[in-house]
Design a binder for this molecule. Structure first.
Ligand code: THU
Length: 139
């Protein structure tokens, strides 16, 4: 559970992170803020490339910043766009690696908080490390 003060903080930080978006190709600016277990918040923005497939979403930038600083669990994610778009499938899967099914995912548009989901609403029946067969099947 996160309190409403933290919800507001994540919303504002995600909106602020949008200003660092590098999106000259799509012109779709995205900002993200991730609350990690340590209590620290990590922000990210989408970073595009002229070789389009190399572009990275804001959510993954924020999560990779957190994990590369030593975090292993995330407690909430906020994603800010102009129109309140929801996270792509790849980002939902990356969220599920580090967050639980009941983790709040806050969808933010230009006016503020628009929708609030649990991660397992956005990614039901997620594939996870526990689905990997280790000893039972030959490699
Ligand atoms: N994008 C994100 O940053 N997050 C999402 O969840 C959806 C898409 C970015 C990727 C690309 O830079 C732009 O939005 C258009 O797809």
């Amino acid at each position: 559970m996160i309190d409403e003060r933290m919800v507001s903080e994540l919303v504002e930080l995600a909106q602020g992170a949008r200003s660092n978006s590098y999106a000259p190709y799509s012109r779709y600016r995205v900002g993200a803020a991730v609350l990690a277990e340590s209590g620290k918040v990590y922000t990210g923005a989408n970073v595009e490339n002229s070789s389009y497939g190399l572009s990275v979403c804001a959510e993954r930038v924020a999560i990779w910043k957190a994990v590369s600083e030593g975090e292993r669990r995330i407690l909430a994610v906020a994603v800010a766009t102009e129109n309140g778009g929801t996270p792509c499938g790849a980002c939902r899967q990356v969220m599920s690696e580090f967050g639980s099914g009941d983790m709040p995912v806050l969808i933010v548009d230009a006016d503020g908080l628009k929708q609030r989901f649990r991660l397992d609403e956005l990614l039901p029946e997620a594939f996870s490390g526990s689905d990997l067969l280790h000893d039972s099947e030959p490699g």
